[in-house]
Design a protein around this ligand. Structure first.
Ligand code: GLA
Length: 394
């Protein structure tokens, strides 16, 4: 009897010791690149190595992009021992070689699998192989795992993702765990202790209406995000050709305001200047990466015209004016009201305009305001944003 109690205790403690995620990861929204939006199944070792090179040479790495993630289609089978088999034609030197190369550039390596029996492209999924796959990923040097939800039949999402979380933890290598369940079971309500980020919607498409439709669905989710646990409205489409430069600026600005993961999804080897300027806008990246990790809230919704506010460290604030409409709009904004904009996150400290400068994060300059002038008039083209930061005077 005593032996039995002892054994149960050991088993229970053993379970507890790895029933958790890696806590020290993704303290700010993860930044990187993922193959899916541009390349779909057309992934290879050569592509990934060239993307890693381009991430460094383009200045993306200096701007903060870090993870190079292969999405679906790198895997073709399982061998007789259940080991996942890499597509040898496309990845002739295997995944460890690729991971080593990416690490040698000072970057991190990410991979994709699925909680179901097969991935969304019909490749072998992780169901039933979680602990084995996690050990394999750890051996290869994987730093980030995106885990999809296709072919999951009647599986319970929370339980399924918890198995992989525990498997990763047991394998011992810190790996950012990115849940890709598309929001069906409201992962924001249960995934905080399971993964570091969770998709909140279905897939993005490189079109204005699709992008803004996803953005609209983020409105009530701010309270679920924070350091180590982020809402993920899907990867960026900036530079893929389906939107105008103005629309891509809007897309990028909104993702920065939402404290969303910034996973570029374009061909980094062939970026035009406009794309590079957007993806490496350091002022915007700084608000995305702000250490408080607060997701912007919508303080005004006038239909096509919205105002979003993101509290920042040091009592600073970012404010985004959004013209979703198809017409140019001229709006009047009271900066003092924006500076004082409050939500449940914020204190009742008095805000005094003279303690701040207001910086336009796309013009990269401070507004020239006269003393006691709070109201500004802004003309906004269709589908555009203005992003300002209230920066404390020294
Ligand atoms: C799903 C995911 C996408 C992508 C594809 C790959 O649709 O949501 O982001 O990973 O699968 O097959």
């Amino acid at each position: 009897m005593k032996k039995c109690i002892f054994l149960s205790l050991v088993l229970f403690l053993g379970h507890l010791s790895f029933a958790q995620k890696f806590e020290q990861l993704a303290k700010t929204p993860p930044m990187g690149w993922n193959s899916w939006n541009k390349f779909g199944c057309n992934v290879s070792e050569k592509l990934l190595m060239e993307i890693a090179d381009a991430m460094v040479s383009s200045g993306m790495k200096d701007a903060g992009y870090e993870y190079v993630v292969i999405d679906d289609c790198w895997q073709v089978d399982r061998d007789e021992n259940g080991e996942i088999v890499v597509d040898k034609d496309r990845f002739p030197n295997g995944m460890k070689y690729l991971a080593d190369y990416i690490h040698s550039k000072g970057l991190k390596f990410g991979i994709y699998s699925c909680a179901g029996t097969k991935t969304c492209q019909g490749r072998p999924g992780g169901r039933g192989y979680e602990f084995q796959d996690a050990r394999t990923y750890a051996r290869w040097g994987v730093d980030y795992l995106k885990y999809d939800w296709c072919n999951s039949s009647t599986q319970n999402p929370k339980a399924s993702y918890e198995i992989m979380r525990d498997a990763l933890y047991k394998a011992g290598r810190p790996i950012v765990f990115s849940l890709c369940e598309w929001g069906g079971s409201k992962p924001w309500e249960w995934a905080k202790n399971v993964g570091h980020l969770w998709r909140t919607t279905g897939d993005i498409v490189d079109r204005w209406d699709a992008m803004i439709g996803i953005f609209d669905l983020q409105k009530d989710l701010a309270k679920y995000a924070g350091p180590g646990h982020w809402n993920d409205p899907d990867m960026l489409e900036v530079g893929n050709g389906g939107m105008s430069a103005e629309e891509y600026k809007t897309h990028f600005s909104l993702w920065c305001m939402l404290a969303s993961p910034l996973m570029a999804g374009n061909d980094l080897r062939k970026m035009d200047d406009a794309t590079l300027q957007i993806l490496t806008n350091k002022d915007l990246i700084a608000i995305n990466q702000d250490s408080l990790g607060i997701q912007a809230f919508c303080m005004r919704d006038n239909g096509d015209y919205e105002i979003w506010v993101k509290p920042l460290n040091n009592k600073e604030k970012a404010v985004c004016l959004l013209n979703k409409g198809d017409e140019t709009k001229t709006v009047e904004v009271n900066l003092l009201t924006l500076l004082k904009a409050n939500n449940s996150y914020w204190s009742t400290d008095p805000y005094v305009m003279k303690n701040y400068v207001v910086r336009d994060l796309w013009e990269h300059q401070n507004l020239k305001l006269k003393a006691d002038e709070y109201i500004i008039k802004v003309t906004m083209p269709p589908h555009s944003v203005k992003v300002y930061q209230f920066i404390k005077n020294q």
